[in-house]
Design a protein around this ligand. Structure first.
Ligand SMILES: *Cc1c(COP(=O)(O)O)cnc(C)c1O
Length: 373
């Protein structure tokens, strides 16, 4: 019997993303959670993730957590702030705000430094706050703020955090695996990303890269059973197993995704493809007359926010729907002070796909009667 080959739409989004056929096929297994093959896969994934963070397994460990990326963030916030601790949250977009929301729900004492969405955080201000407020025990920031695509200076912030003695937490959800990063050099204690972003797996779990010496000091901090990071780690160390039902199919697919990342030349190879996608995209969009929300110096190659054209014939809903009907899925904007839409360069997307998208955008804009220049 032949199965009908189904060609899905291409996802130019921040995730879930277009994945390879081989990653999807890898999921066609039913492995038991105590199966030795499955336990070996989990161990292999954990080791590989530490390697991708350019760190030594003596210094860092990878803890896998069921659920989407936000579940991993919540695991860190709920498990690594001491009971009487205080968290500084550096915000320049919706995902920084989400960290503050998580802390607020958990009734954790927080202080925020908030910046406009088109601006990177002010380093001297962060340094001053850390010098003046000795109650701050934890600091968090987003690496690539997927709201706009801005890349925040996590290494420089990390130097200030290290000097202050606080614990440093980075949400690298949309950058890890495609933007090279050294956990040790950035002084990172905890970093979160998930299966379905730049490593190009399917959704189902997040992972937390933890500095072992910091993690081991967190006994008694957890504010939740399911999200208890230290307990999850101790479970893996004890018998290689998740404490509760693991997303077995997603993990097998993720192992395949890691192999494909390796074949592409690792983080640098993937960065190169995404950067090429980005350059092709912005060159083509600018040629049509579209403008980016960010200045190029702040813009990363993960995802780009474009301003709506200044023409009353433009309607995002119509634009989106027309592209969607042609099997190209773009993403609404998330910026609070400007009308934008977003186009992602991540996932199994290649230069030819970007060129096809650009041609379709040109056609759609003409059909809508939108004038760009
Ligand atoms: C995607 C993303 C998240 C949220 O991940 P979910 O899987 O939707 O929970 C958090 N932070 C950043 C920076 C992201 O890009």
């Amino acid at each position: 019997m032949k199965t009908k080959k189904h060609k899905d739409k291409i996802l130019f989004t921040p995730g879930p993303l277009t994945t390879s056929q081989t990653v999807k096929q890898a999921m066609m297994r039913d492995l038991g959670s105590r199966d030795s093959e499955f336990i070996a896969i989990v161990q292999q994934i954990r080791r590989k993730l530490v390697e991708l963070g350019q760190a030594s397994p003596d210094e860092y460990t990878a803890v896998l957590m069921q659920g989407s990326g936000t579940f991993g963030l919540e695991a860190v916030v709920s498990s690594t702030v001491p009971p009487d601790g205080k968290m500084l949250i550096i915000i320049n977009g919706a995902y920084g705000k989400r960290l503050a929301k998580i802390a607020s729900v958990l009734k954790i004492d927080t202080i925020t430094l908030e910046y406009p969405e088109n601006t990177t955080p002010n380093l001297p201000e962060i340094e001053e706050m850390l010098n003046n407020d000795k109650e701050i025990t934890n600091v968090s920031v987003v690496h690539c703020e997927t709201t706009t695509g801005i890349i925040n200076p996590i290494m420089e912030i990390g130097q200030h955090v290290a000097k202050s003695g606080a614990t440093y937490f980075v949400d690298a959800m949309s950058s890890f695996g495609a933007v090279p990063l050294n956990l040790t050099e950035c002084n990172i204690d905890y970093l979160v990303s998930s299966a379905n972003k730049c490593i190009e797996g399917v959704p189902g779990f997040s992972f937390i890269l933890c500095k072992l010496s910091s993690l081991k000091e967190t006994a008694g901090y957890a504010r939740s059973l399911s999200f208890d990071l230290l307990d999850q780690y101790l479970g893996f160390e004890k018998n290689g197993q998740f404490r509760f039902t693991p997303p077995t199919h997603t993990l097998v697919a993720f192992r395949q995704a890691l192999e494909e990342l390796e074949e592409e030349g690792g983080v640098n190879g993937r960065a190169e493809r995404y950067r090429k996608n980005y350059e092709t995209l912005v060159t083509g969009m600018r040629k049509m007359g579209f403008k980016e929300y960010l200045i190029p110096e702040h813009q990363g190659y993960i995802i780009t926010s474009f301003l709506y054209p200044d023409d009353s014939n433009f309607s995002f809903e119509e634009f989106y729907e027309s592209l969607n009907q042609k099997d190209y899925v773009i993403y609404p904007g998330k910026v609070s002070d400007a009308n934008c839409f977003r186009i992602g360069n991540i996932g199994q997307i290649f230069e030819a796909d970007i060129k096809a998208l650009l041609a379709t955008i040109r056609q759609t804009i003409a059909q809508m009667g939108v004038k760009l220049k």
